[in-house]
Design a protein around this ligand. Structure first.
Ligand SMILES: Cc1cc2nc3c(=O)[nH]c(=O)nc-3n(C[C@H](O)[C@H](O)[C@H](O)COP(=O)(O)OP(=O)(O)OC[C@H]3O[C@@H](n4cnc5c(N)ncnc54)[C@H](O)[C@@H]3O)c2cc1C
Length: 409
């Protein structure tokens, strides 16, 4: 079995194949990174609340106790479905009997002129570190300009969970930095603008939770612009519909998701957003030896495509592992069924929203504590959990921060 992608879905599939199928299959996991990235906390790396190593876990360490699983570092650039081979960037091919595609998703700039060139995404660890360095550099430049900062403005495009979490964390970062390390800057020097095309933030959540989130951001000094779309991103400004311009040198793009180059290159059925269309058992029609799981897969439930979130990825990955073992032992395949565990997003210290499948809706400190606890539980590795706990205690209890380093500049 070749598993492409060591994210939530790929590693969940591996876990099943390595334990329940340890005498039945030989697994090769391929990823372009040697580590697994815990994407839900990338924005905390981007805002210097956590270090990159706190949310990354080496794939080889994760797999070390499984004798039937090996790891291969490499970028998969194509799949030859007829020859049953995956093609690596260096030209090498890996043959498979079964293939699991779990390469996740990537940023979608929707063809907005200048967005790809001038805006920063937060999809990978490299992205997050670049944003962190850019923000730290912007603060230093503003401080050398004088008390008004000379235009220390950041525009965040997209009011879904990533945009909201980024805006809240950045507001906290700057408020703290200006009151401690950059006392020569006036508070009003730093401006954060969150632009959302829809008429509310967090569209997947209940209306009152969206309103709470909007208020919490305004209270932290974030300007929320609803019902506005970005027409163009230039190196020194963002152009909105109606030709309104916001002068800024730092733009963070959290407006959309696409399935990435590998999915695009495959001549198979696709769902909305370019995700791979899958049958009920999560295999591809016409190529039943190929399975897809996680963000790349267009798995459906009650007629709708499942959201691109960690829980569907984990559950789909496990399901795919079990389907492969079922096929090998001649058992019947089963249809994937998603168990909804709810959704949550945080705005910052003591402010979060959560919607549970039971219909219970939480906001404020309780939701925030639930958010902190769940993220610790789902992180890979004890060292990372302890590191994140320590960093959060430092940040939220003592309200201090010590990671703001301009690296590589
Ligand atoms: C900033 C951010 C915040 C998020 N916050 C939340 C949240 O709060 N809650 C939530 O539930 N979800 C959140 N998500 C979504 C969640 O992280 C994803 O749904 C989940 O990671 C999908 O898992 P996956 O296994 O499909 O893909 P990923 O976890 O993205 O893993 C894909 C893996 O494939 C590898 N890969 C990709 N292409 C190739 C290739 N061509 N060759 C080799 N390897 C390749 C990548 O290196 C990666 O390791 C967030 C996502 C982002 C980006």
């Amino acid at each position: 079995v070749v598993v492409v992608g060591a994210g939530f879905a790929g590693l969940a599939a591996c876990q099943v194949l390595a334990t329940e199928g340890r005498h039945a299959v030989e697994v090769v996991v391929v990823d372009r990174h040697s580590y697994n990235t815990f994407q839900p906390l990338l924005y905390q790396v981007a805002t210097a609340g956590l270090n990159p190593g706190d949310i990354a876990y080496p794939v080889r360490s994760y797999l070390r106790s499984h004798e039937n699983v090996s790891f291969r570092l490499g970028e998969v650039v194509g799949v030859d479905l007829d020859k049953r081979q995956v093609v690596l960037a260096e030209g090498e091919q890996l043959s498979y009997d079964y293939l699991v595609l779990a390469t996740g998703a990537t940023t979608n700039f929707f063809g907005v002129p200048g967005a790809r060139e001038n805006a920063h995404a937060i999809y990978t660890m490299e992205d997050a570190v670049k944003v962190r360095d850019r923000l730290a550099q912007a603060l230093e430049q503003a401080a050398s300009f004088g008390p008004t900062g000379g235009g220390l403005t950041v525009v965040i495009v997209g009011g879904g969970p990533t945009g909201v979490e980024m805006a809240g964390a950045l507001a906290e970062l700057w408020s703290l930095e200006i009151s401690t390390s950059f006392k020569n800057l006036e508070k009003s020097a730093a401006r954060i603008v969150l632009v959302e095309q829809l008429d509310r933030l967090l569209a997947a959540f209940d209306q009152p939770l969206s309103r709470y989130c909007e208020q919490a951001l305004w209270q932290r000094g974030v300007e929320v612009m609803l019902g506005r779309s970005v027409k163009e991103v230039r190196p020194d400004r963002v152009v909105l519909d109606g030709d309104e311009e916001i002068a800024c040198k730092t733009v963070i793009w959290s407006a959309g998701v696409s399935s990435g180059a590998l999915a695009d290159s495959m001549q198979v059925g696709k769902t909305k957003g370019g995700r791979l269309a899958v049958e009920a058992s999560l295999c591809l029609s016409g190529h039943r030896e190929v399975f897809a799981a996680g963000d790349i897969a267009g798995a459906t439930e009650d007629g709708g495509v499942l959201p691109q979130l960690a829980q569907p990825a984990l559950q789909e990955g496990r399901h795919v592992g079990r389907q492969i073992l079922a096929r090998l032992s001649g058992e019947k395949e089963t249809a994937f069924s998603y168990k909804d565990k709810g959704i949550m997003a945080t705005i910052g210290r003591r402010a979060a929203v959560a919607e549970l499948p039971s219909g219970v809706k939480l906001r404020g400190t309780l939701a925030w504590l639930a958010w902190l606890g769940l993220h610790i539980v789902f992180l890979l590795g004890l060292r990372n959990r302890l590191a994140v706990l320590l960093n959060w205690a430092w940040r939220y209890l003592w309200w201090k921060r010590g990671n703001r380093v301009i690296a590589g500049v």
